[in-house]
Design a binder for this molecule. Structure first.
Ligand code: SF4
Ligand code: SF4
Length: 455
């Protein structure tokens, strides 16, 4: 049983002026809880940005302006540098702008390195042969592993499966071309201890959302890149020889047909059918577009997202990304005039594609994103999701729902600022929220057929 400590107004222990146990009511330096909260909000946002920046650097893409901002933001949180709350609010929105640039850079890096994503149905069963399960966010690691398996001529012996955020890898032609890449195993990071124990082959952790292993699989898990686990071998320089050798010692898996999951939507393939989308919106055949995406978390409030996606009416699209979708992506949502109602854009960074689509639709309809019949419902677990929220706020998007719980690092005072400025909302009851969302987005130009349909 974890002992829950008494709720503190703040906690800072970063300098030698700290009181014993940290400054918990007000800093000796004069920092108050709201300022501390804003500094933490900025620190967590740049942690998220650094993740996308790292993965872009991993495949040789850089934008030094991102690195410069990370340095400026970090420096601003040192002791006795900046006590101006408004300046921190500006830095948080600047973090949102820079995070958008980081998502754009990573999208460019992945598209130019691994090809343009294409919608693809991914098997969830197994193939005959030894298995390797790759979890996390690094396509660079997956690519190197697949390339080395092929170089060794082992593509018939060894089958590679994706797990959690690695699932959208199947949509990239330069990854899909490898015969060893077979299908997807399991759901989000949350169930990894059970799913890795059940997987008979070796496991590779490539980024965050990998946990200390249990005894059931601790002798067949490796890490690479940024990931690290105590007592677990780490692959150096993407040389997967030790992992491949270990995989060949694990029991062979049998062929099993487990059904398929669809992924691979991207702003390029969705905007290719922009005219059709606009037509369907104007005819009222697409009444609303829901963006329901983000992380999976153990919080019981995640049931909200399962229920909401179940309740969303059949004349609405659901655009999703990141690993929370494994709670609701296996349903058959059907299609609207041939367009799948549930569109999976991939990893959390692929929210960039959803933003591109929203901006393009708004431009086409002569309106702004806030006036579109679009509702955004985010689930957050860690700091990348927080930085994505800042990007949406930077774009001036209002009325975003966030859950399954408010961030602990935001004081009521700071949350209130975001509520007033951006109409930031917390997820509540799915039925009530859905009614509110469906009534939104009618402020299109007077006389437009879209306005009439939405009345
Ligand atoms: S920076 Fe301020 S609040 Fe933090 S430990 Fe030092 S004196 Fe305390
Ligand atoms: S979406 Fe969030 S929780 Fe899920 S694997 Fe990625 S970072 Fe982790």
């Amino acid at each position: 049983m974890i002992k829950v400590p008494e709720k503190l107004d703040m906690l800072c222990n970063q300098c030698s002026m700290s009181l014993a146990g940290g400054c918990t009511i007000r800093g000796v330096c004069g920092k108050d809880p709201d300022l501390n909260s804003l500094q933490e909000a900025l620190l967590y946002g740049i942690k998220g940005t650094s993740a996308y920046y790292y993965h872009a650097l991993e495949v040789g893409y850089d934008d030094p302006r991102i690195g410069h901002f990370l340095a400026e933001a970090l420096y601003s949180t040192l002791t006795n540098v900046n006590f101006d709350k408004n300046r921190f609010l500006e830095l948080i929105l600047e973090n949102g702008r820079v995070h958008l640039e980081a998502m754009k850079l990573l999208d460019k890096a992945y598209v130019e390195t691994f090809g343009r994503p294409e919608p693809v149905e991914v098997p969830t069963g197994t193939a005959e042969g030894h298995g390797i399960l790759v979890t996390g966010h690094s396509y660079k690691a997956l690519y190197e592993l697949l390339r080395q398996i092929e170089e060794m001529g082992l593509e018939d012996e060894l089958k590679v499966y994706t797990h959690a955020e690695m699932f959208p890898a199947h949509a990239y032609p330069e990854l899909r071309k490898f015969k060893a890449l077979y299908g997807n195993w399991g759901g989000s990071w949350l169930y990894q201890k059970k799913e890795f124990a059940e997987f008979p082959g070796v496991i590779l952790g490539t980024s965050n959302c990998v946990q200390q292993p249990t005894k059931a699989y601790q002798d067949r898990i490796f890490t690479v890149g940024i990931a690290g686990l105590e007592g677990v071998p780490h692959i150096e320089d993407y040389n997967f020889e030790p992992l491949i050798k270990r995989a060949l010692e694990t029991p062979r898996m049998k062929a099993y047909d487990g059904g398929k999951l669809l992924t691979g939507f991207h702003h390029t393939n969705v905007l290719a059918m922009k005219d059709k989308l606009i037509e369907l919106i104007q005819e009222g055949k697409i009444r609303h577009i829901f963006v329901v995406g983000g992380c999976d978390t153990p919080h019981k409030g995640m049931g909200y997202y399962e229920r909401l996606t179940e309740l969303i009416p059949k004349d609405a699209l659901i655009l999703s990304a990141a690993c929370g979708k494994f709670r609701y992506n296996a349903r058959d949502y059907g299609t609207i005039e041939g367009i799948p109602r549930f569109l999976d854009f991939g990893q959390c960074n692929n929210v960039y594609s959803i933003i591109e689509i929203a901006i393009a639709l708004a431009n086409e309809l002569g309106t702004d994103v806030n006036s579109l019949p679009v509702s955004i419902v985010l689930s957050w677990m860690e700091q990348k999701a927080i930085a994505i929220l800042y990007s949406l706020l930077y774009l001036g998007i209002k009325g975003i729902y966030i859950g399954p719980k408010p961030p602990e690092f935001l004081t009521p005072g700071v949350f209130e600022i975001l509520r007033r400025q951006f109409d930031l909302r917390l997820t509540g009851d799915p039925e009530t929220d859905l009614r509110d969302m469906l009534s939104k987005g009618t402020k299109v130009e007077e006389g437009s057929p879209l306005a009439e349909e939405l009345d």
